[in-house]
Design a protein around this ligand. Structure first.
Ligand code: SF4
Length: 433
């Protein structure tokens, strides 16, 4: 019998791609995917450990689901489910908790279920966990797709639970990449964002590394532009930059996690680079490709981050060519080394520092947008607003633009002139459309 299935995603785009794949599995066997707020027979909640209150978030979503569908089967999966299944199964209304290995078998595991057979914890270990690719649209216009080619991490950054929650490195077969790209092109996507948990650690079973993927896509004839979602600074090697610098297919946008501008804090975090190398890398990128948009992740309030060390981070970013930040307020996670380090930073101080860095990020982005005024850049029109007559899009170097153009078609690459900075977007004009 056809069932209505809804899902809710907490956390990153890779998580969203994973739950979309599971949704597709349900569709393939004849079930219907409905919006989360519609009445459904099966509700799946994909959890995250990065969210500040994973447990409370999960509870809230379960309650919301049960208000609409009191008899629904509620399954919880994802990173938090893998780490704390015993906690989750105690949440009133949860019928099953699925581990990372089990999550792609949910349609089979619960076929012909009867709620009386549950609650159950279906979470095994992650030994020999296979790679499952997944993809999802990244924007309302369905012009950009997030494409997972790598999963898992084996680094030991002291604040991070991802290696425990997602398991070790695993990658998509190299030979499957081009067929997947052909599929994206067939579905009308014009941009693919290469994604992974630690993407630069892509390592296929046939020996290809991430640089080989970049080379492959750079030379493959498809009407698609490529973006790298995020890459660790120790893995963004000059041979990758050599390709991207000359590439017509890879955009000039990098997101490079930094986490702290203080060498002392980086060492406590057990990050695999020195701040002077990070500095050298981002300046080298800007020298080679001056219009590059550079994003960075930063964690504030890590144990032992004194006022002076925070100022080091602040000043480093202020004087750097970084264009914007993703700022995370440090919060203790069970079973991490960082949670037991001395000198925790008081919560109000963490909050203040977060605000200062978010304000700094706004001004860096504004600076970057200003630097792009009078430039001509490529955009892929994403969505059109009939009322305002304006298109929304991102330039190759990730400037959020709006422009008018009745003859413009969604997904068709065009050039625009960047004219006026409105702070959260830049007003542009079509050059050749
Ligand atoms: S590189 Fe560090 S922060 Fe990133 S997933 Fe791996 S352990 Fe976590």
């Amino acid at each position: 019998m056809q069932k209505k299935v809804s899902f809710y995603n907490l956390g990153c785009k890779v998580n969203l791609a994973d739950i979309s794949r599971i949704g597709k599995q349900f569709e393939d066997i004849g079930h219907q995917i409905v919006d989360f707020d519609e009445e459904s027979d099966i509700v799946l909640i994909n959890t995250c450990t990065v969210t500040h209150r994973a447990d409370a978030d999960c509870r809230k979503i379960v309650r919301r689901a049960l208000r609409k569908s009191p008899d629904a089967f509620v399954g919880v999966l994802g990173c938090f489910a893998q780490l704390q299944p015993g906690e989750i199964v105690k949440i009133k209304g949860v019928d099953a908790v699925f581990g990372q290995k089990e999550k792609y078998q949910i349609p089979q595991l619960i076929s012909n279920f009867s709620k009386s057979d549950f609650p159950q914890i279906l979470v095994g270990d992650m030994k020999d966990i296979p790679f499952h690719t997944s993809a999802v649209s990244d924007n309302a216009g369905r012009t950009r797709a997030v494409f997972k080619i790598q999963d898992g991490c084996e680094y030991n950054c002291t604040f991070c639970t991802i290696p425990m929650a997602r398991g070790g490195f695993r990658s998509m077969d190299y030979s499957e990449i081009i067929p997947a790209i052909d599929n994206f092109a067939k579905e009308g996507y014009k941009e693919v964002v290469l994604s992974g948990i630690n993407l630069g650690e892509y390592n296929s079973s046939t020996g290809e590394k991430f640089v080989d993927v970049v080379r492959l896509l750079d030379t493959y004839d498809a009407d698609i532009r490529y973006r790298i979602s995020s890459i660790e600074p120790n893995l963004l090697k000059s041979e990758i930059l050599d390709i991207i610098e000359k590439s017509k297919r890879f955009v000039k946008h990098f997101h490079i996690p930094m986490q702290s501008g203080s060498q002392e804090v980086l060492m406590k975090m057990k990050r695999r680079y020195r701040i002077k190398n990070y500095d050298k890398l981002i300046n080298d990128i800007k020298l080679r490709m001056p219009d590059t948009c550079l994003g960075a992740d930063v964690i504030v309030g890590f144990p032992g981050e004194t006022d002076e060390l925070f100022e080091e981070t602040y000043n480093f970013i202020k004087n750097s060519p970084i264009s914007y930040l993703h700022v995370f307020t440090y919060s203790e996670r069970d079973n991490t080394v960082a949670a037991s380090l001395d000198n925790p930073v008081p919560h109000e101080v963490r909050k203040e520092r977060t605000k200062r860095l978010r304000d700094l990020s706004d001004s860096k982005l504004n600076e970057f947008y200003n630097s792009q005024i009078t430039k001509i850049r490529e955009v892929i029109p994403e969505t059109y607003n009939e009322e305002t007559g304006l298109w929304k899009a991102h330039t190759d170097n990730y400037v959020n633009v709006m422009f008018s153009g009745e003859k413009v078609k969604k997904g068709e690459k065009i050039k625009v002139l960047l004219m006026k900075n409105h702070y959260n977007y830049v007003e542009a004009g079509v050059v050749n459309g």
